[in-house]
Design a protein around this ligand. Structure first.
Ligand code: BEZ
Length: 191
């Protein structure tokens, strides 16, 4: 699949005619909402887990030296916690551009503490050409430590995400293990 998903996302007509749509954020969207929204609420989705398995060519790395950012991987029984935003359809034009490096919009049930709605999430699937796939948390930390792109150091992305999850009161072993390995690398760079 092409790395630039803007055209594919704009064919998505599932919510055409709706005045507002819930969007589930599990990565930078948790801490960086650079778009207008009507409501913002903690939420979760079932059957997916957050993984630093997507390459970033345009934000936290470059095409020659991609960084690592999160995507969602299907996993039976998993729950991914994040933040949901109620947005108007025009906001998707902005987000399709911001997240054009392999992310496709997918319709998904979003769970709040008081109920469920059908909404959207951006997912980078394993068939996109920027996908990097699994690695140990220690190797992912080393990769993040040496990566940077137009949006800044890859380590800022990881640390902001870990802090935002802590503020939400949510534990994510994968994210927190990478954070721990990165801190150890910074303390003793030869680890
Ligand atoms: C998110 O934070 O939900 C998100 C992550 C990657 C791409 C788009 C959105």
């Amino acid at each position: 699949m092409t790395a630039n998903t803007i055209a594919i996302n704009q064919l998505m007509d599932k919510f055409d005619g709706h005045h507002s749509v819930w969007l589930f954020g599990y990565g930078s969207l948790i801490y960086k909402a650079d778009f207008p929204y009507l409501q913002r609420r903690p939420a979760s989705i079932a059957g997916w887990t957050r993984r630093f398995w997507q390459g970033s060519h345009d934000h936290r790395g470059t095409p020659e030296a991609p960084g690592r950012v999160v995507t969602l991987i299907e996993e039976a029984g998993a729950i991914c916690h994040g933040m949901a935003y109620l947005i108007t359809p025009e906001v998707f034009t902005h987000l399709d551009h911001r997240e054009k490096n392999g992310y496709l919009r997918l319709a998904i049930p979003i769970t709040f503490e008081d109920g469920e709605v059908e909404g959207l999430v951006y997912i980078a699937t394993p068939d996109n050409i920027a996908f990097l796939g699994a690695a140990s948390e220690q190797d992912i930390a080393a990769h993040i430590a040496r990566s940077a792109g137009p949006s800044g150091p890859n380590s800022d992305y990881l640390n902001h995400l870990a802090s935002a999850l802590r503020e939400l009161g949510r534990h994510d072993q994968h994210v927190f293990d990478i954070e721990r390995h990165l801190a150890a690398l910074r303390a003793a760079p030869s680890e």
